[in-house]
Ligand binder design. Structure first.
Ligand code: GLY
Ligand code: MN
Ligand code: MN
Length: 538
């Protein structure tokens, strides 16, 4: 019996850890991705193809790359997490040389035992078919011989290239895939997607919207150096002459007809599709938000004036990893005192936060979906009267912004509502003398879409149900500002993730307290880190 128990115990020791080595299974399903490809197909005009490339690998230093992150559009449509891949979605069935019909193709990294020993398992063509549900998957090196004549389509739509990828070993990396694509599509060496976009706008401009198009083209000309010597754009902005205008339009239309390449449609399609979230996406997005909010609570409990900004970041990071979130959705921002006034402060290297407010903008990414939650708390657990006065303005501004986030409202509605409260509040405290000055202390937008990207894609049209946005007003008063010194170094942002529904806005991150009273109460709670100490390195 004793022997049996011993054998059982040994078996348990072996099998329990092994069975604990499983990987998460709650990713988006193959059916989700397939459905999204079908949605793309339905938005494509006849005789067209949409082409998507995987994200580039990025070098960190020497022979070390940054952790690979798939391009969110590519992930949305495929579920494929590896680099060096290309997806084609056709508007109609195509027929291959053997007579087989298909309406999409995926080219992936080839299996390679040696590479996989160093860098992990590859899905390969078999995995792409079995696990991702593609009917046709090929190795990247077959893309050079793709049996598709790109010039036969009315439209080939693709995101233009940023030219920030490297040619690595072999003939099937992203560099080679793009080179082959360019060759097969007769991609002009001076192709400029922004120019194409402006030409399209000019081409479809009518008397009604001409003034708007002139303003837009003018703005682009001011901003992009590479557009400055384009005579057609320059003349379009200047001319008041109808004859000259129709001449410009004719030339623009000839330019557009010179090839079948297009980088606008794909952008419109992906913004439209990704703006609203399916139930399956919402499960992951809600989980990312919940984990991030719970992480804020743990930081509130653990916070004390001797902590460093990096350490605070580390507490949140530990909590979100404990819950299975893989990464930060964007670099964490932990700014004590005046550091909070730097909007994208990511150095997080102050060694003691002291008695200041600490602004913490922290979002976990769970299986691709990212949260974006900001809390601002007093490191010593108690808001000073000045800190509370500023905080309450931001809180009221956020409440107004959330209330304005309703189906049918214009995208700018929360921003307008929040800005009004901030301006009135700053006036009441004598920090500004007229409402226009509020922009000095609240210099950023109030909302963006949230999803696979922290600044997710969307149309910026009237709000639709099942959209998630942030509402994130802030007031930042850097040292040396033109106001009473007592306000200097106060920076407050409160950011929540809001689901827009037919029944009104739902705050997905409201498990992390927002009022000064609730924050102070949370900070009084014990933390599991209270008794955590490490040996001194001195
Ligand atoms: N964390 C980036 C943002 O709030 O938009
Ligand atoms: Mn945000
Ligand atoms: Mn944020």
């Amino acid at each position: 019996m004793l022997r049996k128990i011993l054998i059982f115990t040994v078996l348990m020791l072996i099998t329990v850890p092994l069975s604990g080595q499983g990987t998460p299974t709650d990713f988006l399903s193959a059916d989700f991705h397939k459905d999204r490809r079908q949605a793309v197909r339905q938005m494509l005009p006849s005789n067209s193809v949409a082409v998507y490339f995987a994200n580039a690998e990025r070098n960190r230093a020497n022979d070390v790359d940054y952790i690979y992150h798939q391009d969110p559009d590519f992930y949305y449509l495929t579920g494929y997490k590896e680099p060096n891949a290309v997806l084609l979605v056709f508007s109609e069935d195509q027929v291959d040389p053997s007579g087989k019909k298909y309406n999409e193709m995926l080219y992936v990294q080839e299996r390679d035992p040696k590479a996989e020993q160093w860098n992990g398992k590859r899905l390969g063509t078999e995995g792409a078919m079995k696990e991702l549900g593609f009917e046709m998957a090929f190795n990247g090196n077959e893309f050079a011989d793709i049996p598709v004549d790109f010039t036969s389509f009315d439209k080939v739509t693709f995101f233009d290239f940023k030219n920030d990828y490297r040619n690595k070993r072999g003939d099937a990396d992203l560099f080679d895939l793009i080179r082959n694509f360019k060759e097969k599509t007769n991609y002009p060496s001076d192709y400029n997607a922004t120019k194409q976009q402006l030409y399209s706008m000019i081409n479809s401009a009518d008397d009604e919207n001409r003034a708007n198009v002139v303003t837009t083209v003018g703005r682009y000309l001011d901003y992009y150096d590479e557009l400055k010597d384009d005579e057609l754009l320059q003349n379009f902005v200047k001319t008041k002459d109808d004859g000259l205008l129709s001449d410009i339009k004719e030339k623009v239309s000839l330019k557009l007809e010179a090839n079948n390449l297009d980088s606008n449609l794909i952008s419109e399609i992906m913004s439209t599709l990704r703006e609203t979230k399916s139930e399956e996406e919402m499960l992951l997005l809600k989980k990312a938000v919940e984990i991030s909010a719970v992480g804020q609570n743990e930081v509130m409990k653990a916070m004390h004036p001797n902590m460093s900004e990096t350490e605070i970041q580390g507490v949140h990071e530990y909590v979100y990893k404990k819950y299975g979130a893989e990464y930060e959705g964007y670099p964490s921002i932990v700014g004590g005192g005046n550091n909070g006034c730097i909007l994208h402060y990511i150095e997080n290297n102050k060694t003691k936060v002291g008695n200041d407010l600490v602004l913490m903008d922290l979002g976990a990414e769970y299986h691709g979906y990212t949260a974006d939650v900001t809390r601002t708390i007093p490191a010593n657990g108690k808001f000073t009267p000045e800190q509370k006065q500023i905080y309450d303005i931001v809180y009221n501004a956020q409440e107004a912004g959330i209330k304005a986030s309703v189906v049918g409202a214009p995208f700018r509605a929360p921003g307008e509502a929040s800005s009004k409260v901030v301006a009135e509040g700053l006036m009441a405290l004598g920090i500004i003398k007229n409402t226009a000055e509020a922009r000095t202390y609240f210099p950023h937008g109030t909302s963006h879409y949230l999803g696979l990207d922290v600044h997710d894609k969307g149309t910026y049209g009237p709000f639709k149900a099942n959209t998630v946005i942030t509402v994130e007003p802030g007031i930042y008063i850097p040292e040396g500002s033109d106001c009473d010194k007592k306000w200097w170094g106060i920076a407050v942002r409160i950011e929540d993730d809001i689901l827009i529904t037919d029944n009104g806005p739902v705050n997905l991150s409201d498990m992390a307290p927002r009022t000064t009273e609730a924050i102070e109460a949370m900070m009084k709670q014990p933390s599991p880190l209270d008794d955590f100490s490490l040996p001194s390195l001195d």
